[in-house]
Design a protein around this ligand. Structure first.
Ligand SMILES: [Zn+2]
Length: 456
């Protein structure tokens, strides 16, 4: 386990919020120049990329120079792993910058398809990672004495073991029960360990609350949980959903982000959700691209694009201008809560984007709309496609769970209302088929909203 010196207590503020925009950019640029040189000198992959672009580390001195650094993506990442396995008999010789004996942790992305892509971390990287996690916990007021039940899958993915390590490091009491334990065990452990904080996907938080009475003979409110820390799916960003689940527990729900190592953000208590406050800008350069043209977009309030990240002060696999294929919206106007950072809202993967007659729509937007109709719907739904792909021949077919105790004529009315509302707000008219409440699988990892259904 990493140890902090007494001068660096993870639950104490680092005073970052007091930095001006210019000071922050200066820190980034200084760290960037160092990082570029380090990558060039220590990684076959980066040396090759720089050579191919006719660049040397000394060429990168300004923000304009920065944009000359070539992008990388998951396919290149995977190809580097393959080449490394062939040449060196292990997966990181091409891409990783640190020597094997300094790599002490392997992490992976929860990619839905293909071979996982590995992240290699040194002790330095774990120290930085834990510090960045700590900023989120400190910001919302978690303190030693808080008990956290971790109900993400206890895997090598960001929300799993790495997250448990960061919570321990921060000084909290952690019950790493894990999503694998499933609903009954999770609730039994919650009753036994008296957590004040629940870490899980938003849909699992909802599911546990719904099952609590039946499993433990008391409502979720009586568990004593005060913080719901959610990630992995849209949750706290959907006002009706947030209100409903907060009400069930008598707790506050927060969205957080920490999935690509140095990109960390958490939502605030502001009544109107305006994204998660970006707390790790000194370790992560973020850029936005137009997902269709690949053109770089300027940051302005409400701008949406595919995000690109660059790690700073990192040793293992310090990625430069990595395109993951995720779409986010940024908010640069001051947040009513008073916290100074710009905010980020995840909209989905470019892979999840559906196009209906030229209109883009994400599963998260559909969830958002359906939540307005609760409790007449449960909020659970699936998008039904005939075949995989983004382009949908209308209508957009949705399977939606209706609420308890609705009559036939009420369902017909509800169907009309939702279809009308969605066509007005999202400019896509769906075709809804209702299914009984609680018939869809409540995933304990990550909900898949898309279902492929062939007719033959
Ligand atoms: Zn705020």
């Amino acid at each position: 386990m990493p140890h902090h010196d007494s001068s660096e207590r993870p639950y104490e503020d680092e005073g970052l919020a007091a930095l001006s925009r210019e000071q922050l950019r200066e820190i980034q640029l200084t760290r960037l120049k160092k990082q570029v040189r380090y990558n060039y000198e220590n990684s076959i992959f980066y040396r090759r990329k720089f050579d191919a672009a006719g660049l040397e580390p000394g060429d990168i001195n300004t923000w304009d120079d920065f944009t000359k650094i070539p992008f990388m993506d998951k396919n290149e990442h995977r190809a580097a792993q393959d080449e490394s396995l062939d040449r060196f008999g292990h997966p990181y010789g091409i891409l990783a910058c640190a020597p094997r004996e300094k790599i002490v942790r392997l992490s992976a992305t929860s990619g839905t398809t293909g071979v996982p892509t590995l992240y290699t971390l040194t002790k330095n990287d774990i120290r930085v990672l834990n510090k960045l996690h700590a900023r989120k916990y400190r910001r919302i007021g978690l303190q030693p004495g808080d008990v956290v039940i971790v109900a993400f899958a206890l895997s090598m993915f960001a929300g799993g073991v790495p997250c448990v390590d960061a919570l321990w490091d921060y000084g909290l009491c952690v019950a790493p029960v894990g999503a694998e334990a499933r609903t009954r065990r999770l609730l039994e452990f919650a009753a036994l360990t008296k957590p004040t904080v629940l870490f899980c996907t938003p849909s699992l938080a909802e599911h546990l609350a719904e099952q609590c009475e039946q499993t433990l003979g008391k409502p979720a409110r009586e568990l004593g949980i005060r913080y719901l820390l959610c990630a992995g799916e849209p949750g706290a960003g959907i006002p009706e959903f947030k209100r409903r689940v907060e009400e069930m527990y008598g707790a506050r729900m927060y969205d957080m982000l920490g999935s690509v190592q140095t990109l960390h953000a958490i939502s605030c208590g502001s009544a109107e959700y305006r994204g998660m406050h970006f707390l790790s800008e000194d370790y992560c350069i973020l850029e936005l691209l137009d997902p269709e043209t690949g053109q770089k977009l300027d940051f302005a309030d409400g701008v949406t694009g595919e995000y690109v990240f660059t790690y700073l002060d990192w040793e293992g696999t310090p990625f430069l201008r990595y395109r993951m294929g995720d779409i986010m919206q940024v908010f640069t106007e001051p947040c009513p809560c008073g916290w100074p950072e710009m905010r980020l809202k995840l909209l989905g993967r470019t892979d999840d984007m559906l196009i209906v007659k030229g209109i883009n729509i994400y599963p998260s937007a559909i969830k958002n709309i359906l939540e307005r109709f609760a409790p007449r719907v449960t909020g659970a739904f699936r998008i039904v496609l005939d075949r995989p792909g983004h382009q949908i021949t209308p209508p957009l077919r949705l399977k939606v769970e209706h609420g308890e105790g609705l009559e036939e004529h009420q369902l017909a009315e509800l169907k009309k209302e939702i279809e009308q509302y969605m066509s007005e707000t999202a400019r896509v008219r769906p075709e809804i088929t209702f299914i009984p409440p609680f018939t869809l699988d409540r995933s304990e990892h990550k909900t898949r909203y898309i279902e492929i259904e062939t007719n033959n």
